[in-house]
Design a protein around this ligand. Sequence first.
Ligand code: ATP
Ligand code: ZN
Length: 213
Amino acid sequence: MQSILRIAIQKSGRLFEGTVKLLSECGITIDSSNNRLIFQPSNFPCEILFLRDDDIPKYVEDQVADIGIVGENVVLEKNKNVSIIKKLGFARCRLSVAIPKSEVYSGINYINGKRIATSYPRIVEKFLRDNNINAEIHEISGSVEIAPSLGVAEYICDLVSTGNTLKLNKLKKSFDVFESQSALIVNKDVENDERKNAILQNFLFRIDSALKA
Ligand code: ATP
Ligand code: ZN
């Protein structure tokens, strides 16, 4: 049987364009036009699985996929048994704490004793622990920036790039908790499969050339 490398990527969203571009620079042409969940490129021994980004670490842990391309923020938050073998440089963003525009920020201890709404409870909890801050985490899965106006939390911790969404909700950024970019994750067992590992090494070599160019 022919070996192939199964690569999990985001189906659509902020990682998609950069992922397709990188794969194309690696000589792997993807056709996602027909809305399939699995695609086999003709020019590299791999299979592309199109998934929600949140599911990628779990699929790689479970060996449904051998490797995946996903944001470091998701890798850290999901905490699955996978390793980051390469940072890919696109989809850069920051996980930042934001406070109401009217307040005057005075340093990270400013959030002590307050409630922080976030979709990244694990990352925020680690930050609080590392910095000896005592704040309460209020987990919500989306539209985090409306939490302060709903009164469920004083502050939020969310991914920020332009700050427009914050502004719309009368919030402003105070400090960064985590800086993220896209990363390549692998299932640790891939290295034990000689043929898959050979394809992986070939893929890594192509990624290095693409990133250098
Ligand atoms: P999915 O439907 O796959 O679950 P999503 O809505 O959770 O997608 P996107 O908004 O597409 O996720 O973001 C995917 C990833 O892109 C984020 O987890 C993060 O790593 C990265 N990212 C880059 N820039 C930004 C940004 N400005 N805002 C949010 N995420 C960003
Ligand atoms: Zn997602």
